[in-house]
Design a protein around this ligand. Structure first.
Ligand code: UD1
Length: 432
């Protein structure tokens, strides 16, 4: 298991480039299941969740070419035949987004068998809304032995209202409804840019989707979808992580290759704290040397402040004079990082879904444990300003969603290195 060793104190200076959005690439790869023609996706991030999805699709009989290089981070997926419309527990347990194959498989093959994801470090995370939506589209659902099995000769368009806004739920049903017979009207949909990106891809494949990015999406089902080429949007969560890193370290950092329009809630939040930023069409520069004010934040569905940036924001709040209240509205147990930040010297009190952060506390390097993807990012950020050396264990969590984060941060001045676990040496027989 790899670890990061980080020595704090250096401001981040220069330009850092954002990769493609993991959370847009995952549904896009699942969408390739809807056609027997090749789907070409560009700007695919080189992260572990993409590799897991490659394994998942390959196990079903898809051909997945994945190539990374300076100019192309590209995958070509051909699902000429789906030998086995199944997603095993072994894969789903390492990446909950595997459930994104449920809708496409039942729409294309008339049958899908997908492991239920079970618990997760940040909360219960059920998939009841995916299941109920598929039932509305006419699928018969059976749950046993930890798997959900969906069967339908052909899905039929229907009205679906989500009781709660769900990102992958909206995406899963968007894909299923694209091949259903007739019209589907979905309301209370997620409005995340990743949902819009998926709808753009599906429309390029011949789907007829209107309204993605608004709460109501209308889908006219079609008989078949064809191949397409699509470029994945930039990762707004990675961009947000770098922007916060720049503020924290009082750096001067240009975050390039991003979509500033997707970062509205964070940029407003930073501005209310007194941070100076300058935007261009595809970059945001942070000049992080202004005095900062504490500011409360509440996580919400897009376009609100993202839950995926809450942990990183908490690291920043520890370094601002005054008290900041952070309210987590999306997941019930997403404060695992607070305890580890506390071990580095932060003053954080958790009261139900609220974290009260009292700053500014000097942070000191410590041995800490990454508990999930975004929690690991918050520990990296805290370590960048901590006094001395921090060792972060279980960085495989961060590798799920950040492409070579240590190389990117090192190139703009951070002192960060990756070390592999040092295994105890085997006893060897004395030489004779
Ligand atoms: C996606 C993102 C994740 C992000 C989250 C919220 C991907 C691959 N992951 O996760 O990074 O943190 O959106 O922005 O895009 N819920 C139910 N029943 C369901 C589905 C969801 O009750 O069937 C609840 C969840 O427990 C949670 C809330 O709805 O409380 C939102 O979850 P959801 O939007 O579905 O998150 P994901 O799509 O899993």
């Amino acid at each position: 298991m790899d670890k990061f060793v980080i020595r704090g104190g250096n401001p981040l200076l220069g330009t850092i480039r954002v990769s493609g959005a993991k959370n847009a690439a995952l549904p896009a790869m699942a969408a390739a299941l809807l056609t027997d023609e090749p789907v070409i996706l560009e700007n695919i991030p080189q992260v572990r969740d993409i590799e897991t999805t490659r394994k998942l699709l390959s196990a079903m009989g898809a051909e997945v070419e994945l190539g990374y290089g300076r100019a192309q981070h590209r995958t070509t997926i051909s699902c000429r035949q789906i030998a086995s419309p199944e997603a095993s527990y072994e894969l789903v347990k390492t990446m909950r987004a595997s459930t994104l194959v449920l809708g496409p498989l039942v729409a294309r093959c008339g049958r899908a068998r997908v492991s239920l994801p079970g618990g997760c470090a940040i909360g219960a995370r059920p998939i009841d809304l995916h299941i109920r939506g598929l039932e509305r589209l006419g699928a018969t659902i059976n749950q046993e032995h930890g798997y959900v099995e969906a069967v339908a000769r052909r899905l039929k368009g229907a009205e679906i209202r989500f009781d709660k806004v769900t990102v992958t739920g909206t995406e899963d049903l968007l894909m299923a409804a694209s091949l259903a017979e007739g019209e589907t009207l979905m309301s209370n949909c997620a409005r995340e840019p990743e949902v819009v990106d998926l709808a753009d891809l599906l429309n390029k494949m011949g789907a007829r989707i209107e309204g993605a990015g608004t709460p109501t999406i209308r889908i006219q089902g079609v008989e078949r979808l064809h191949g397409a080429k699509h470029r994945i949007i930039p990762d707004r969560i990675e961009a947000a992580t770098f922007l916060i890193a720049a503020v924290l370290t009082s750096g001067d950092l240009n975050v390039s290759g991003c979509e500033p329009g997707h970062l509205g809630a964070l940029l407003e939040q930073l501005s209310s704290m007194g941070v100076k930023t300058a935007r261009s069409q595809e970059s945001v520069r942070v000049i992080g040397d202004s005095p900062l004010r504490a500011a409360d934040v509440v996580t919400e569905e897009y376009p609100g402040f993202p839950t995926d940036v809450q942990a990183q924001y908490m690291a920043l709040a520890t370094q601002v004079q005054g008290t900041s209240t952070i309210t987590e509205n999306i997941f019930e147990n997403r404060f695992m990082h607070a305890q580890e930040l506390g071990r580095m010297g932060a003053n954080i009190k958790i009261e139900g879904s609220r974290a009260i952060v009292r700053g500014k506390s000097p942070l000191s390097g410590a041995a800490v444990l990454a508990s999930d993807l975004r929690a690991s990012a918050s520990l990296v950020l805290a370590a960048l300003v901590a006094d001395g050396e921090t060792i972060i264990d279980r960085v495989y969590h961060i590798d799920r969603g950040y492409e070579r984060i240590e190389e990117k941060l090192r190139a703009v001045g951070a002192q960060i290195r990756r070390i592999g676990e040092i295994l105890p040496k085997k006893a060897t027989a004395p030489a004779v």
